[in-house]
Design a protein. Structure first.
Length: 93
């Protein structure tokens, strides 16, 4: 059986492994802390505001990468579920 490469839309919509769901949550929290630091530049030293910008960047990249992770065999499982529901599957397209 030939393995089809997943598109970005497939990767985002298929099931994410438990570890990467946790990574996504932590990354979003890091990004939120960074956003709070960036949002108050008058109250904080410039170094903390710069750190906030880096935290926003790191959090958003981490969340995006974690969202693109896919469980092994998830594509076949999703195709089987669509066939059982009467919808089109990636194998028939």
């Amino acid at each position: 059986m030939e393995t089809k490469k997943l598109s970005l839309l497939d990767r985002v919509t298929l099931r994410t492994p438990r570890f990467f769901r946790k990574v996504r949550i932590v990354s979003a929290a890091v990004g939120a802390v960074g956003a709070v630091l960036v949002a108050s530049p008058n109250l904080l030293p410039a170094g903390l505001v710069d750190l906030g910008g880096y935290l926003v960047l790191a959090g958003s990249i981490g969340a995006a990468v974690a969202s693109a992770a896919v469980e092994p065999g998830a594509q076949e499982l999703a195709a089987r579920e669509r066939r059982e529901q009467g919808g089109s599957s990636a194998e028939t397209l």
